[in-house]
Design a protein around this ligand. Sequence first.
Ligand code: NAD
Length: 500
Amino acid sequence: MTKTVNHWIGGRAVEGASGNWGPVTDPATGEITTRVALASAEEVAAAVAVAKEAYAEWGTSSLARRTAVLFRYRALLDARRDDIAALITAEHGKVHADALGEVARGLEIVELACGITTALKGELSTEVSGRVDVASIRQPLGVVAGITPFNFPAMVPMWMFPLAIACGNTFVLKPSEKDPSAANLLAELAAEAGLPDGVLNVVHGDKTAVDALLEHPDVAAVSFVGSTPIARHIHTTASAHGKRVQALGGAKNHMLVLPDADLDAAADAAVSAAYGSAGERCMAISAVVALDSVADQLVDKIRERAEKIRIGPGDDPSSEMGPLITRAHRDKVASYVTGAAAQGAHVVLDGTGHTVEGYEGGHWIGLSLLDHVSPDSDAYRDEIFGPVLCVLRAPTYEAGLALINASPYGNGTAVFTRDGGAARRFQLEVQAGMVGVNVPIPVPVGYHSFGGWKDSLFGDHHIYGNDGVHFYTRGKVITTRWPDPSEPHAGVDLGFPRNH
Ligand code: NAD
C-alpha cells in the first residue's frame, strides 16, 4: 500500500482521525494501492462547521467574484484533464478515453456554472398596484451535501458542487470510498482557482459519514446519486430531518428496436451503450427489446460486434473495456450469466471465463449476451451493472412499450426507428425521464437537467440545468411600496390587502 487519501476540509488536507480506513483497489491487478480515511460523525460535523463558517462570506459574495473563480477553475480543469482521467482509471478501471469523456461531461457543468449570472437573474413587475412593485429573487440555502457513486468519480460530483457553489452555497462532498482520489484533485484545483477555504470540502467515508450528513441540522440540502435502495434511504432519512433532497437511483435502461430501424446502427449503439465502461453506467443499455421480425438479425449483429471488443487494463490505449470495480461485484455479475440458462435464456455470449494475460488478479469479465430473456428472470429484473446485455422479444410496438413501462425503473430509454410517427408516440408514451431517438445514451447536455422517473429518482428536482439552480436556491418574493409625500396616508384598513 503506497498512498493515503485524506479529507479535504477548509482548503487543506486533513488526516483521518477515526482510526478507520478503507482499501482502494486497482481493478486491473486486484491489488490494494491506497487506503482512504473513513470519517466518524465527529469529523463530518467538523467539516460542516467549516462549511457553515465559510458560508457567512461566500453566501453574500458578488456574482462577479464567484464567476471569476469558476472561469479560472474551468481553465485549470481543462489543463488537468489527463491527470484527473488517470486517477479515475487507476481506481475505477475504465479505459482512459472513457475517463476523459467523463471529465469532459463534468466540465460542461462547470461551464454552465460560469453562466450563473444569467441563471440567477430575478424577475420584477412594476406597478402591480398603486406604487407597488414585486420582485422575485433566488437565494442560496447554506451548507449542502453531495453523496456520490463509484462509477463516475469525477463527473457526478461535478454534476453537483459547481452549480451549488455558483449559487452561493458551501459544499461537503462525500465521494465513493471505492475510488476517492479524483474528488480530492477536483477540490485542490478549486482552491488553486481561488475558491475561499471551506467553500468546497471533501469528507471520505462510508455509511457512518453519510448518515452523519443526513442527520446534521446545519446541512440544508442533500444531492445523492447511487443505487436505488440507498437513494430511498437517503430520501427518507434526509427528508425526515427537514432537508431538501434529490436522490438519483439505479436503472434498467431499455432500447426498443422497431422493424424499420437501421439495424447496423442499432447494433453499434447497443454494443457501445451496453458494454462501454463495462456496463457500469447508470445510463447503460441493459435490455434490448426487439420486435420479433428483426430480433434474430439484430442479435447476430450485436454478437459479431461484441466478440471483437478488446478487454484490458484501462491505461493500455488498445483496451476498449476495462475490469469491474471489485472482485465481489465481478462475481455477482458473473452469477447472473451462469444462472441465466436455468431461467430460460439463450446464452449467446458467456464472458464469465475471461482473463487477461499478465493481469491475472484483475476483476475481469468478458461480454455476455443473453437472448430470449424472460421478464421474470433475475437477469432482467435486477440492475446487473456489468457487461451483460439482455435481449427480449415483443410481437408489436404496444407489447414492447408495455414491457418497458412495467419496469420499476425509469431512467433512460431509446427507440430505434426510421418512422417519425412511431418515435413521437414513444417519446410521449414511455415512462422514463430521458428518451433517445436513435441515440442510445441520452444523457442531457448541461443546460438540460438529468433525472429519471419512478425508482430512478426520489425527490422532485432533476440534477444540473435549471432544475439544479432551483434545487440549490430558494425563492423569495419582495413586495415594495415607497412612500410618496404628495399622496395622503391611506389610514388603517383591517381588510385583506386587495390590488387596485
Ligand atoms: P451505492 O448506492 O452503493 O453508493 C453510493 C454512495 O452511497 C456512496 O458514496 C456510498 O458510500 C454510499 N452508501 C453506500 N451504502 C450506504 C448505506 N447503507 N448508507 C448510506 N450510504 C451508503 O452506489 P454505487 O455502487 O457506488 O454506484 C452504482 C449505483 O449508482 C448504480 O445503481 C447506478 O445505477 C447508480 N447511479 C445512478 C446514476 C443516476 O444518475 N441515476 C448515476 C450514476 C450511478
